[in-house]
Structures are given as C-alpha cells and as structure tokens.
Design a binder for this molecule. Structure first.
Ligand code: DOR
Length: 468
C-alpha cells in the first residue's frame, strides 16, 4: 500500500534526499547528488551533503531515482464545490500527489462556479485544510460561465485566481472575449482558452474521421477547435493579452499557434497525456487506437468505451505526430492532465449520454514515460514540460517548477524504469474513468514533497530503503 500523509514529516526537521539523479531544467541541472530541505525550502543542491547536516535530517534514499522539481498541472478539475460525488479537493489532491503533482490549478466549472471572490476564497481555504498539494484556483471568465457578462476579473485576481477560464465551455461571443482579454492584459493574468465552436461540435461524441464515418457516431471536426484557436489568436493580437490555449489536439491548431508565436503574439499552449498517446480508434474498445509506437495494451476488445470519450476528442495518428513534434519544437509549452473525474453512472451508459473526461493524475507519468522510453522525447524535455514550462505559463517560475536555493521545496521523485499495471479500482481519485485501465507502464512516481513535507511516498522507499 502506498503511503500518503501530509503530516508524515515535520517541516521543522530537515529532509535530505540522498544520491538521486537530479534533473532541473530551470537551471540546466542534470547530475547525481543530494538535496537538502530546511524549513520547507530548498537549502542546498548537488554533491554529497555533509554528514552533520544529514544526521539531524530525515533521509530519503533516492539512489537510482530521478529527483525533479515538483510537477505542476495547470489544468485539472477538482469538482468541489458542488460535484463531490465525482471528486473532492481531498481525494483529487491525494491523487495528484500520487501522480507526482506538487501543484495543481483547478478549473472553475464547479457548482457554484468560481466566478466571484467568495468562491475563490472558499476553494483556497478548503485546499488549505484538506489539500495534499498546492492548489491554485482558476477563476471564470464570465458570470456563471454563461458566456454573457464578464466576471469582476479584478476581484478574482485579487482573491488569487491565477488565470481565467470558462473551461468545459468556450466563450462564444467574440465581443465578450475581447473585453475579457482587455482585463486579462491589464491584470497580467492569462486567459486559458477552451477552444470549441459549439455550432460545429454540437452533439458530437468522437473525432470526425473514419470511425465516425463508419460507425455513424456523430463526429467533432478538427475545425471546431481550430476556428476558435484562430479567433482567439486574432483577439490576443488585438488586445495584447496573454492567451493560453488549453488541450490542443489537432495539427491545424498547433500550426496556428506556431504562426502566432512567430509573429510575436503572446500565446502558450498545453497538450494532455491522452492526446499524445491515444488515437480516435480507442473509442472502439481496449486494444484499439493506441499510438502503438508508444503504448499497447494487448488484447483487443470491440465495444464502445466511454472511458475514451473526452473533449476535445482523441484525434488521428497524424495529429499525435504533430503534437509530439510541436512539443519538441517548443510550440506547445506544457503538458497538463485535464484530470476530469466522473462517477461510474456518468460513464456507465451509452456513448451519446456519457460525460466527457478522463481521470488523469495517477496515470500521467506512466503513459508519458512511454514517449521517453520509445525515444520520442527526452527525459529532460518531459520534466521541463511538467515543471518549469507550466510554471512560466502562469508566471510563477520564480517560485515553482525549480529547485533553486530558497524556493519552496516542491519535489517529485520517480523511478523511470519501474513497471506497474494501472488498476483504477486502486485510484485515490473518485474518478475511475480511465482508458488506461490494465495497461502496463514503465515509470512510477515514488514520492512527492510539497513545501518540504512528504505528501506521498511509495512504501518501498520507506520499508525497502528505510525512510530515516
Ligand atoms: O473532457 C472534458 N472534460 N473536457 C472539458 O473541457 C471539461 C472536462 C470536464 O469538466 O469534465
């Protein structure tokens, strides 16, 4: 059984992470050595840290393990308040810690939505009480997420919203989006854009492609995403706001982002682990639609699988190839899970009725490491896309996503070679909705340290090696 306990070590006792392979892209560090944490902050990094320091410390033996800045997930759904049957801040952040995420940014599509100061304050307080990891709330763009009237964005920013988004829904009205971007620019807080033209996607359940043509299932064309990406890049140019495109999924979208970046428009983009590793065929059942260069589950099943229903939908193989290429080229800045937990009832129904979304915290590293093992991206790049780069997109790179001396001690320790099999029934998340159930992954999170405290540690680090 894994161990997660935010009270396990006392912040006032120094923590020494010994003998790990430290990779910190924010400082171009890639070396073997120790890491000392004192009073919740990074004190010293590299080399062998002197025994006298170690003697008074709690020690984690990280021999053979990667030690990186704590992962940051800039896009997740914690569902609280309002949808506690799907997830709570307690269960969601426990799942995040198991997934190596020391910091998560939670979306505003709760009930009530995070469209005012009190709601943001409430989430911060609840996260302070129940949370296993740092929680940074995202405020709505429009009141009630209804797309009609912009929120008091100044108030939301003052309350601590780190970005604005109506994620789950687009802002259909261009004038409203323009005004929101004007405020976003003045406040220096980015807009995170859910790009979807609902008049094109309306009623669609999967990608518009050969599966939708053959099966008669209603498709969502790539253009539904690309039209909105194009519109909002034009608005970002007009307003000079900082725009972040959520869950890009098509070649066309990343091409538009590339062109915009070349023209100096202030835009960043994220991609999810599932859009990098699964194709539209996965909806047909297990064994289908795996980016077989990267992952394969073995036996094929042929039954529509609602666990692969997600918005934007899983796309075609060419799209995956573009996404990987543009991740490498820096057009896509960050990897974000879009952790979207749902109840069994939300998913145990026909494909048409099933909710969109994948529970992503606990499988992210495992499936992403397949890209590294297959030589598609380097380990350093993967870490950068989970740490320094997402920190930059939300303007927090001086304190998050780095192991710089003096920074809060948020650290992820993982074994790049440890094999394990996904079993959603063991998820800490209430959302068991994963298309990766039963898949064998190579690469596992072993410990997550949040502000100097161990939020999660694999029992083998405690029992096998003896957390001292
Ligand atoms: O698949 C999705 N699920 N995409 C979204 O944009 C929203 C999310 C949710 O909230 O369930």
């Amino acid at each position: 059984m894994p161990i997660y306990n935010s009270m396990m070590n006392n912040k006032s006792v120094p923590l020494l992470i010994q003998g790990g392979h430290i990779i910190d892209p924010s400082q171009s560090i890639d070396q073997l050595g120790d890491l000392l944490i004192v009073e919740g902050k990074i004190m010293q990094l590299g080399g062998t840290i002197i025994a006298s320091e170690a003697k008074q410390s709690q020690v984690i033996d990280a021999t053979g393990l990667i030690v990186s800045p704590g992962f940051i997930d800039i896009h997740c759904h914690l569902r609280e308040p309002g949808f506690e049957d799907k997830e709570t801040i307690a269960t969601g952040t426990k799942a995040a810690a198991i997934g190596g995420f020391a910091t998560v940014c939670c979306m505003a599509n709760t009930n009530p939505p995070l469209d005012n100061r009190d709601a943001v304050d409430w989430v911060k307080r609840k996260a302070g009480k129940d949370g296993f990891v740092n929680v940074l709330p995202i405020g709505c763009i429009t009141r009630g997420r209804e797309g009609r009237e912009i929120c008091d964005m100044t108030e939301l920013a003052e309350a601590g919203a780190i970005a604005f988004s109506d994620d789950g829904d687009p802002v259909r009205n261009s004038q409203v989006m323009r005004r929101a971007m004007d405020y976003s620019r003045d406040l220096g807080v980015p807009v995170i854009d859910h790009c979807e033209d609902k008049t094109l996607s309306n009623g669609g359940v999967i990608n518009e492609g050969w599966i939708s043509a053959k099966s008669g299932l209603k498709g969502i064309p790539a253009a539904a995403e690309e039209i909105m990406v194009a519109r909002d890049l034009a608005l970002a140019k007009l307003t000079r706001a900082k725009l972040h495109i959520a869950h890009v999924s098509t070649c066309g979208s990343v091409e538009l982002v590339r062109q915009a970046k070349e023209k100096g428009i202030s835009v960043t983009a994220e991609v999810t682990p599932h859009h990098l590793t699964l194709t539209e065929e996965r909806i047909m059942g297990r064994g289908w639609g795996e980016n077989s260069d990267v992952i394969a589950s073995g036996a094929k099943q042929s039954q529509y699988d609602t666990s692969a229903k997600v918005n934007p939908p899983l796309r075609a193989r060419e799209d995956i190839e573009c996404l990987i290429q543009e991740l490498k080229d820096g057009v896509i800045d960050a990897i974000a899970t879009d952790h979207a937990p749902h109840t069994l009832a939300d998913k145990n129904c026909s494909l048409d009725l099933a909710a969109f979304g994948i529970s992503g915290f606990e499988t992210a590293l495992g499936c992403l490491m397949a890209l590294v093992h297959k030589g598609k991206i380097s380990l350093t790049m993967l870490i950068s896309k989970l740490t320094y780069e997402p920190a930059k997109t939300i303007g927090k790179d001086s304190e998050l996503g780095t192991l710089k001396a003096g920074a809060p001690a948020n650290i992820t320790i993982f074994d790049p070679n440890r094999e394990w099999v996904v079993d959603s029934s063991n998820f800490a998340s209430k959302g068991k909705n994963t298309p990766y159930d039963g898949y064998q992954f190579k690469g596992k999170v072993m410990a997550t340290v949040v502000n100097g405290r161990i939020a999660y540690i694999d029992d083998s680090l405690v029992i096998g090696r003896g957390l001292r």
